[in-house]
Design a protein around this ligand. Sequence first.
Ligand code: 4H4
Length: 246
Amino acid sequence: MRFDVITLFPEMVKAASRYGVTGKAIDNGVVRLETWNPRDYTHDKHRTVDDRPYGGGPGMVMKYQPLFDAVSEAKENGFGDRAKVVYLSPQGRPITQSLLNESVHCEQLILVAGRYEGIDERFIETVCDEEWSLGDYVISGGELAALIVVDGVSRLLPGVLGDENSALQDSHMDGLLDYPHFTRPENIEGRVVPEVLLSGNHADIERWRLKQALGRTWQRRPELLKNKQLSDVEYELLQEFIVELV
Ligand SMILES: Nc1nonc1C(=O)N[C@H]1C[C@@H]1c1ccc(S(N)(=O)=O)cc1
C-alpha cells in the first residue's frame, strides 16, 4: 500500500514515520510513504502557497494551484486516478476504526494536510474524493491526522504486526473498548492480577476478557453499544458485569 502526504512540512512526516509500526512496514516494503511539498510547485520567487481570504477575515488560505500540481505529481508517480485523494480537516468524516478498516483496500491514499485557516474550497470540490477528520477540534496542521491514518492503516496490513490477530483484537476492532491488560509482577503494592488470567484456562480467560470489554464499553462509551447487536452470550456477560458492580 502506498501513502502520499501533501504537506508543507515533509521532514515532519518522514521523521515521524521512521519509528514503530509504520517504520517497520516501510522497511519491509509493505508500505510505501512519499511526501510532496506544494511549495515545490510554486512559480513565483517567494514560492507562495497561501493568500488572503476573499471576503476578509483572519488568517490565510492555501492556494489551489500548488496543491493541484502536488497531487497530480503524486498520482503520476503512483496509481493515477486509482488513487484516493483525502483532505484532512475538522469538516470531514470522523476517522474511526471502521474507516481505517475500509482504507486497507486502497492501493494509494493521497493525504492532503492543510495548514493556515484551510484550503481553497474549489480544490476540495474538484480534486478531493473525501474529507476526513481527527475530531471536532482544530490543530495547527493536518500532518498529525495524516500520520494517524498512515499508522492506523499500516498496522492492519498483513505481516506488519507479526500476529495479524493482534490488530483484530484491538480495541474498537469489534465495536467494543479493549479489556484490561496485565503483566509481571503479579502483585504491585497489593494490587494483584485477576486470578482467571493465571489459570491457564483459555476459555475462561476469553470469557473474562469479553465480559470486561462489554462492561467497560457500557460504562465509558455506552453509545458504541447502540450500534452493536449483542449475542445472547454477550448480553448475559454484560448483565453479569453489571451485577458484579453493585
Ligand atoms: N481536526 C482535524 N482533523 O484533520 N485535520 C484537522 C485540523 O484541525 N486541521 C487543521 C490545520 C487545518 C485546518 C483545516 C481546515 C480548517 S477549516 N477552515 O475547515 O475549519 C481549519 C484548520
